[in-house]
Design a binder for this molecule. Structure first.
Ligand SMILES: [Zn+2]
Length: 292
């Protein structure tokens, strides 16, 4: 908890009002931040900025240490569907910047780096989790431990990607500025993040599946444009990316939502099936670096 009143992480305003109290059982640990966490609706205290409208959890400040210690076996099990969605995102990026150096921030176990290399980019990644970065290295992928700014991954890059990362960080503007510094002039930034202004989010309210402890910033089109503009980027295109999930993962999540007491062992064939899902509740913004 902070003693003084917190400032908005996008615009610096002190006009933050509490719109949802925290509902997690402490204390926090690395496992609370697992990508595959299914405690939907469990969050830290959420505040809305009265000036720019950004939804944020200012009481969670120093979360990087949790990510450094994060292990997530279930995440690696979803590699096949994740690779499909990385390819989809890269095909969109390719329309704006088709080759050259690419840096994936929050690279996880290296799925996007792997796919980008296969598409001809000179790709590398940074990842704070020791466990995830080691899994990437085991596969021979150039993923280094850490985040930006990074002593080795300094660019200049033609493309920087932030795929489902910016909602996890306590200083999104600082991260966008670090991405800006790592890009060449006219370089391309791709940011994917859940859209709190989407129809699905509004219909589901606080039960929306992206309301979870690991997410401490909730963007919509307007606040994402505001953040990127403040960091020196100009929008090029906007997409609604879909995701792929394995069929057994979807079955397990659906049962958890509809009939939490039932335990079912799903047939192995479902694990090998990747199902496209697009609820229209994610944003993929493509931006160009506009000024040094
Ligand atoms: Zn604000």
């Amino acid at each position: 908890m902070r003693a003084s009143s917190p400032a908005c992480r996008l615009c610096g305003s002190r006009e933050l009002s509490l719109i949802k109290p925290a509902n997690y059982d402490g204390p926090l640990a690395s496992g609370s931040f697992a990508v595959t966490d299914s405690a939907y609706g469990v969050t830290a205290a959420v505040y809305r900025c009265g000036d720019c409208g950004f939804l944020q959890c200012p009481e969670l400040e120093d979360v990087l240490g949790f990510y450094e210690g994060l292990r997530d076996e279930a995440y690696e099990a979803g590699r096949r569907p994740r690779s499909l969605q990385c390819r989809r995102i890269l095909r969109i990026i390719r329309r704006h910047h088709a080759s050259g150096r690419l840096l994936d921030i929050g690279a996880g176990t290296g799925s996007l780096v792997e796919q980008a290399l296969a598409m001809g980019y000179r790709a590398e990644g940074v990842e704070p989790s020791r466990w995830m970065q080691a899994r990437a290295v085991e596969r021979g992928l150039p993923v280094r431990r850490g985040t930006l700014p990074h002593p080795v991954c300094r660019g200049p890059y033609g493309v920087v990607t932030l795929i489902d990362v910016i909602e996890h960080v306590s200083d999104p503007l600082g991260l966008l500025r670090a991405a800006h510094a790592a890009l060449e002039d006219e370089g391309v930034l791709a940011v994917a993040t859940p859209d709190v202004g989407s129809l699905a989010a509004r219909l589901m309210g606080w039960r929306w599946w992206h309301f979870r402890l690991a997410h401490i910033g909730y963007f919509d089109r307007r606040t994402l444009d505001l953040a990127t503009a403040r960091a020196g980027f100009q929008p090029l295109a906007r997409h609604r990316p879909g995701w792929f999930f394995s069929a057994d993962y979807l079955l397990e999540r659906a049962l958890k939502l509809l009939a939490p007491s039932i335990r079912v062992r799903s047939p192995g064939v479902l694990r090998r099936l990747s199902v496209p899902v697009n609820l229209g509740d994610s944003l993929l913004g493509i931006y160009r670096k506009t000024r040094a």
